[in-house]
Ligand binder design. Structure first.
Ligand code: EPU
Length: 304
């Protein structure tokens, strides 16, 4: 579908669903890496209109992708043909019930960890410095310092793009693996029920402090990045391999391999996505030549 055909009446139609139409929105504004070209964006606050809105996009033959917190995302410079769906929801509204808590997926992950701690619920301390939303963390099965979010999930409420229905999934219905989950690309996660071990607040706080310290010491937390750029192949540490190759500080355009953690690429000088891809290619090539290991992207790449 041509961009023009899509434009006609789009803003009005989206307004009828209570959504905002933002044509050619620069995605660099919505990603922690600060790179990425334009895409037409639909911004929705009231999720009651979600099924109608998605139905409408499907009828028009418009493909869509869901944007979460944008903290593990690398978008190409030329932008995207697909519409980017951005759900602006109220992140509050956590419901506590004993060892269980129901969390809207729009909630910030770090806030969720600390709010649970205040109610003496632990088990997520390792996730404290992981940026992004609970929804993004679930989709990627975010993990750090021995904790993976998938381990504490009991149920997930999902809007299934395929069936056009809201479904309640239990742990058995979802597979969580290393930085991967079995949700379909058009599943929109709405809320999650977590079951967490009861611990004294002071004990949880101490663990949180330790994890924060470790992260501050070993990761470039104050720079623009998307976290680790490659996965760790079984039995290897990608950060260590890149470090041992002496590649820290290597720069392509505005993108630099962090001196603090070699598996982070930081946008230090107005980088483009293309700078980052070039740096990734050279890392992949060097690691493959030296270790015979093919690195796999950890960051999610959006390209046409
Ligand atoms: N190391 C180096 N040089 C470096 C980086 C690491 O020698 O530049 C060494 C460390 O000294 C350590 C080993 O490599 O002996 C592992 O490093 P680290 O503990 O930093 O963990 P990692 O395997 O590099 C993983 C996750 C991180 C997560 C940390 C902490 C992946 C790809 N990365 O990193 O997750 O925060 O463990 O648990 O799984 C992310 O998902 O974006 C991410 C950053």
């Amino acid at each position: 579908m041509s961009m023009l055909a899509r434009e006609s009446g789009m803003a009005e139609q989206m307004a009828a669903f209570g959504a905002e139409w933002l044509p050619a929105e620069p995605l660099a504004r919505h990603t922690s890496l600060g790179v990425g070209g334009p895409a037409d964006m639909v911004r929705l606050r009231d999720l009651r209109h979600l099924p109608e809105l998605i139905g409408d996009l499907c009828r028009r033959g418009v493909k869509w992708r869901l944007l979460g917190g944008g903290t593990n995302l690398l978008v190409v410079d030329e932008g995207l043909n697909d519409v980017v769906l951005h759900l602006l929801r109220e992140p509050d509204g956590m419901k506590f019930d004993g060892m269980r808590v129901e969390v809207p997926t729009a909630a910030n992950l770090g806030t969720t960890v600390t709010e649970c701690a205040k109610r003496n619920l632990g088990g997520m301390e390792g996730l404290i410095g992981v940026p992004g939303t609970v929804g993004g963390a679930l989709r990627m099965n975010a993990g750090a310092y021995g904790t993976q979010i998938g381990d504490v999930v009991r149920a997930v409420t999902v809007y299934r793009g395929s069936g056009g229905r809201v479904e309640a999934l239990r742990t058995e219905d979802v597979r969580f693996e290393y930085r991967h989950s079995s949700f379909a690309p058009d599943d929109i996660l709405l809320s999650v029920s977590l079951e967490l071990p009861e611990r004294p607040y002071a004990e949880i706080l101490e663990k949180i402090k330790q994890c924060n310290q470790k992260r501050r010491a070993s990761q470039p937390i104050n720079e623009k990045s998307a976290g680790c750029i490659f996965k760790n192949p079984p039995g290897y540490s990608t950060g260590r391999m890149i470090d041992e190759l002496g590649l820290k500080g290597t720069r392509v355009g505005g993108a630099v391999i962090s001196e603090r953690h070699a598996n982070f690429i930081v946008n230090r000088h107005g980088a483009t996505a293309s700078d980052i891809f070039k740096l990734m290619d050279s890392i992949r090539e060097r690691v493959h030549r030296t270790h015979g290991v093919a690195l796999e992207e950890e960051v999610i790449v959006w390209r046409n």
